[in-house]
Write a protein that binds this ligand. Structure first.
Ligand code: SF4
Length: 199
């Protein structure tokens, strides 16, 4: 009671005022040492161990029984899966939205479609991303294709894509946008989109 910062008498059992500072354990052990008695009159234990008068060995034997080992194994698997998923997390997200306007046909028969790319940089530093397209012969980006996105920011950018005359049939064609971090080859996202060729 003299050393307890909350002024309670722990000999009366667990009390909600206890902040678990363990000052009473140290004080009690010092007194027991002086008196030549075994330590541990006040100690960390459980109500169950107290009622069964278990020592440390019995408590550990109870803790390390098959059922708790299975719980530990499941918890370990969950923690490993969470850590793996965190380490494999891609710090870039991309959404591709095709412009609602009709595709434009140039004088030489090439077709242009315009898209809006929404790029989310989830890193704590600014990154430069390089955008390219694939999936149709001769497809290319004819507008700006490199964009800087500030740290932890989403930026929407317009991209104009051109397909040469006759390279794709009329109607809807599958197209892939590839967005890659210019400094880190492992940060790369491929997003599907649709390229429209008018009749
Ligand atoms: S652990 Fe700290 S707060 Fe709790 S009874 Fe002991 S001395 Fe008091």
């Amino acid at each position: 009671m003299q050393v307890c910062p909350t002024g309670i008498d722990i000999r009366d059992g667990l009390q909600y005022e206890c902040i678990g500072c363990a000052a009473c354990i140290d004080g009690c052990d010092q007194v027991m040492d002086k008196m030549g008695y075994p330590r541990g009159l006040i100690r960390y234990t459980t109500e169950h161990a107290l009622s069964k008068n278990w020592g440390k060995r019995e408590i550990w034997r109870h803790v390390l029984r098959p059922r708790t080992m299975v719980y530990f194994a499941i918890l370990g698997l969950i923690v490993t899966a969470a850590a793996t998923s965190l380490s494999l997390r891609m710090p870039l997200k991309v959404d591709v939205i095709r412009d609602r306007g009709m595709p434009r046909v140039t004088e030489d028969g090439a077709v242009d479609n315009v898209y809006r790319l929404q790029m989310m940089n989830t890193e704590e530093k600014a990154n430069r991303y390089v955008v390219s397209v694939e999936g149709i012969d001769g497809v290319e980006i004819i507008s700006e294709s490199q964009f800087e996105v500030p740290a932890a920011t989403t930026r929407a950018v317009p991209v104009r894509v051109r397909v040469p005359a006759g390279a794709a049939p009329t109607g809807s064609n599958r197209l892939n946008f590839v967005v890659q971090d210019s400094d880190d080859q492992s940060v790369k996202i491929t997003e599907k989109a649709v390229f429209l060729v008018p009749r």
